[in-house]
Design a protein around this ligand. Structure first.
Ligand SMILES: Cc1cc2nc3c(=O)[nH]c(=O)nc-3n(C[C@H](O)[C@H](O)[C@H](O)COP(=O)(O)OP(=O)(O)OC[C@H]3O[C@@H](n4cnc5c(N)ncnc54)[C@H](O)[C@@H]3O)c2cc1C
Length: 227
């Protein structure tokens, strides 16, 4: 259970100026956007210039965890610095009658804060587990744990979920009233992320069945098992 306020209080940098009515202010909305995703974009200033890179993430309570190689420039530049992390889901292409009114239906979260490289070994492992489980729930316990050498080659970054905004667009296009009579198709083309049939590694040990967590992740639970 979160120890933070269940309402996202707007700060000077999280206050939506454009289309403020699309803002969501409950922490549950923030967690829903984060938990529905697996890739974020980490924005950090490196050597005086902004760098925005996509990366996997996981969440434990009110902390977001990112991981990467210990040689990862952006993770280390982020240590002790202000960063911005975004998570975006595109839900549809909004086709209007005018070029100007075209839009996108989306759910998006923006998190600001001071990040820190995690040094506590237990928290590092928990963070790595969270990132793995965010990608494929059930995977961490099914595979070999990281060795000391692998752990030494990995950095874990933590970001508190204390300052964040959520913006959501839903619904049909917002055409100007005078455009409604135009003989132009308008509406929404829905969009969703889907997984394909799991493709076994050609080097898979004979007889290795596709585990439930993989079938579940691929949306093929209940289908016949194959090796
Ligand atoms: C998939 C997608 C496509 C988009 N395409 C366009 C586009 O083509 N053109 C366009 O103008 N806008 C687009 N947007 C909206 C865009 O993200 C901004 O919200 C918008 O451009 C307003 O920018 P601004 O600098 O005026 O933000 P401001 O309203 O000034 O931002 C102030 C604060 O509001 C919060 N905020 C702003 N935008 C978001 C967001 N999307 N999600 C969560 N918090 C937010 C942040 O905390 C930010 O610091 C798109 C959004 C998404 C998710």
């Amino acid at each position: 259970m979160s120890t933070l306020s269940q309402t996202l209080s707007a700060t000077e940098r999280t206050r939506l100026r454009r289309h403020a009515e699309r803002g969501k202010t409950s922490r549950a909305d923030l967690l829903a956007v984060l938990d529905a995703g697996m890739i974020c974009h980490l924005g950090v200033v490196v050597n005086g210039a902004p760098l925005v890179l996509p990366t996997a993430y996981g969440r434990i309570g009110d902390t977001l965890y990112l991981h990467g190689s210990s040689a990862n420039r952006s993770l280390h530049a982020a240590d002790g610095q202000q960063v911005c992390v975004t998570v975006t889901h595109v839900d549809g292409l909004v086709c209007a009658r005018s070029v100007f009114s075209h839009s996108v239906n989306y759910r998006c979260a923006v998190v600001f804060g001071a990040a820190r490289i995690v040094t506590d070994q237990d928290e590092r492992l928990a963070g790595l587990r969270a990132v793995t489980e965010q990608l494929i729930p059930g995977r961490w316990d099914a595979v070999r744990a990281p060795t000391r050498k692998e752990l030494a080659a990995t950095s874990v970054l933590a970001l508190p979920l204390t300052e964040a905004s959520v913006k959501v667009r839903t619904g049909p296009p917002g055409d100007e009233p005078e455009d409604l009579e135009l003989p132009v198709w308008a509406g929404v083309v829905p969009m969703a992320v889907s997984f394909g049939e799991p493709e076994p590694d050609p080097a898979l040990r004979p007889g290795t069945v596709t585990p439930d967590h993989i079938r579940l992740r691929s949306g093929r639970a209940g289908a016949g098992r194959s090796s």
